[in-house]
Design a protein around this ligand. Structure first.
Ligand code: BES
Ligand code: ZN
Ligand code: ZN
Length: 497
């Protein structure tokens, strides 16, 4: 458990066992360090230098000091020279912060006084920096060990953030967002035998109850009735019943609705177009998009944003059972568009197609954003650090990229020119579910498949195949789910509120 508090007391007046000092490369001028010299170590500058602490980005040094009949730990954390762009610099702060927090945890330091760096360096307000500090502190503290018998003893950290102004609201907001991200991660990290479609629809029902959201849940029968040929085709191969879930948050009077649509494949074997074993490992994460949507819905309700938002999440398992869809099958989606299944492993677009039609038909949204671990090609193109963003709406793209830069979710725009559209044609149906190999660009052609199912709304598509899990080298996400999309969605929605 992590408890975050704020205080406008002096840094040293907060009673704690750890004192975290963020220092840049000019640390010798730091007034706080002068205080360390006066109170504890007159030669602190030399000590730090001797132990190769230069205030650089990866530098960290812990020093004990006697204080009031006991010992305190001084934790010096480097934040380095400012980067050329503010958002890159802010990202470096997030990582320094995560390093500080993990140090407190590692040395089992239960209480700490933390002075965040000067916010003007990052060109954001103190409130904003505190909000992000709270988010990252939670993310850095996440572990997925509920199925480990020898759990590491839980660290109950009590951290006081020393600030100039009262930041209670921002702190609380950051805590809500941080917890929402971790909830997404704890769902996405669950394997397919536990987080089945039914399990996820139960979780959504709990969320609805807790936050007083309207919820619609149905399975195969109703989906057939509605003509959801894509949902049903994928559902046919599994013994687990698919669950279509829609959550509604109404707190925006007559403001237009924003719809979030998430891919919820609880496990992706590829279906009869079976994946090779090595590519199948990790396919429990194929519901990361839907997990992000559901927990965003809970968070915006907690934040009481004055908006109307719906979250539409089809949960299905893609298995090669006896009733499974085949290659060459022709299905009809909810809007009447027919599709040739060229590869049953391109299943995400099949369920999303019906979900997009459902969202537009039932809620008439002004904006639809879908989020999906949709293509392996996206991982090849962008790796794990960037989410692929595709839209023909330049303004919406700019808005999403900018929100992402502020909050620490990196989006890379991929082109969505109509030239690619030809790639998904079929000889026997309106469209085919894979792009023709002569066009390559599998991430973009997948987006074009989806484009057939949004008619009126402004629409953007996020491919999180790389960014949703196993992002290497980032200390506040580490192994497993990263919770991609949650920060971005909440930020986007908050700015629209
Ligand atoms: N869930 C996968 C995409 C994926 C791959 C996500 C790797 C995360 C990591 C998706 O359903 C899929 O299998 N896509 C196919 C599409 C192809 C058959 C056109 C792919 O990318 O190979
Ligand atoms: Zn697949
Ligand atoms: Zn998939």
């Amino acid at each position: 458990m992590l408890t975050l508090l704020q205080s406008q007391k002096k840094f040293w007046d907060v009673s704690a066992e750890g004192y975290v000092l963020f220092l840049d490369e000019n640390f010798e001028q730091s007034p706080r360090l002068k205080e360390v010299a006066e109170q504890f170590y007159p030669h602190i500058n030399d000590i730090l230098k001797k132990h190769l602490f230069g205030g650089k980005k990866n530098d960290l040094y812990v020093l004990s000091a006697p204080h009031n009949d006991g010992l305190i730990q001084l934790i010096f954390v480097g934040i380095g020279k400012p980067e050329k762009t503010w958002h890159r610099d802010l990202e470096m702060y997030r990582r320094s912060l995560a390093r500080a927090l993990q140090t407190l945890k590692k040395y089992s330091i239960p209480t700490a006084s933390v002075e965040i760096p000067d916010h003007t360096r990052y060109k954001i307000s103190e409130q904003e920096l505190i909000r992000q500090t709270a988010i990252i502190a939670h993310m850095a503290n996440y572990t997925f060990d509920s199925y480990k018998s020898d759990k590491k003893a839980e660290w109950s950290g009590n951290i006081t953030l020393v600030t100039k102004s009262d930041v209670t609201d921002s702190l609380n907001e950051g805590i809500i967002i941080g917890k929402a991200i971790n909830r997404t991660r704890s769902w996405a990290d669950l394997p397919g035998n536990i987080a089945t479609p039914k399990y996820m629809s139960n979780e959504a029902q709990k969320i609805a109850k807790e936050h007083n959201l309207a919820i619609t849940v149905f399975g195969r029968e109703k989906a057939l009735e509605l003509g959801m040929g894509g949902f049903c085709a994928v559902d046919s191969g599994s013994h687990q019943d698919g669950q279509f879930v829609a959550l509604e948050y109404k707190n925006g009077g007559n403001k237009p609705t924003i719809a979030l649509v998430g891919k919820g494949i609880t496990f992706d074997t590829g279906g009869v177009s079976l994946k090779p074993a090595n590519s199948m490992t990790g396919m429990k994460f194929d519901m990361s998009g839907a997990a992000a949507v559901i927990s965003t819905m809970a968070a915006i309700a907690e934040l009481k944003l004055p908006l109307n938002v719906v979250g539409v999440t089809p949960f299905v398992e893609n298995m090669p059972g006896g009733n499974a869809a085949r290659q060459d099958d022709i299905i009809t989606h909810m809007n009447g568009v027919t599709s040739e299944i060229k590869n049953t492993d391109a299943e995400g677009r099949l369920i999303l197609a019906d979900a997009l039609v459902y969202a537009e038909k039932n809620y008439n949204p002004e904006i639809i954003i879908d989020i999906a671990t949709l293509t392996g090609a996206c991982v090849y193109a962008l790796g794990h650090f960037y989410t692929g963003l595709m839209t023909q709406d330049d303004e919406l793209a700019a808005e999403l990229i900018q929100r992402g830069q502020l909050i620490g979710e990196r989006l890379a725009s991929l082109p969505l020119d109509d030239d690619y559209k030809e790639a998904i044609k079929s000889d026997v149906a309106d469209i085919g579910n894979t792009g023709s190999s002569s066009y390559s660009a599998g991430t973009i052609t997948a987006a074009f498949y989806l484009s057939n199912f949004v008619k009126k709304a402004r629409w953007a598509h996020l491919d999180v195949a790389g960014s949703a899990h196993d992002v290497p080298g980032i200390n506040y996400t580490q192994k497993g789910s990263s919770g991609a999309g949650v920060r971005l969605f909440i930020e986007f929605l908050k700015q629209r509120a």
